[in-house]
Design a protein. Structure first.
Length: 115
């Protein structure tokens, strides 16, 4: 299983970023996919989930209405569109493939929201 995140960077408050996660080594269309994040000095927290077909998504309250998770099964890629970014969104963002009870993690991509 390999998950490679990209798209992180430095953005001003109110700006947008789109994270991508390229997956390989497993049947992507059968995986529950999630995004997590970990801010400095804090526990890793769940951000969003998308089901195998992409029909259902769920979000943490802190990002609801600002972030959108999506997937392209043909490209084996999951995305996280982040709008109206806030300084408190600063964190390392991780892509996760879930085959219960096992979670597979990417290496993470840094997102910094600062003026």
């Amino acid at each position: 299983v390999q998950l490679v995140e990209s798209g992180g960077g430095l953005v001003q408050p109110g700006g947008s970023l789109r994270l991508s996660c390229a997956a390989s080594g497993f049947t992507f269309s059968s995986a529950l996919m999630m995004w997590y994040r970990q801010a400095p000095g804090k526990e890793r927290e769940w951000v969003a989930t998308i089901t195998t077909t992409g029909a259902t998504t769920n979000y943490a309250d802190s990002v609801k209405g600002r972030f959108t998770i999506s997937k392209d099964n043909a490209k084996n890629t999951v995305y996280l569109q982040m709008n109206s970014l806030k300084p408190e969104d600063t964190a390392v963002y991780y892509c996760t493939a879930v085959f219960l009870p096992t979670y597979y993690w990417g290496q993470g991509t840094q997102v910094t929201v600062s003026s």
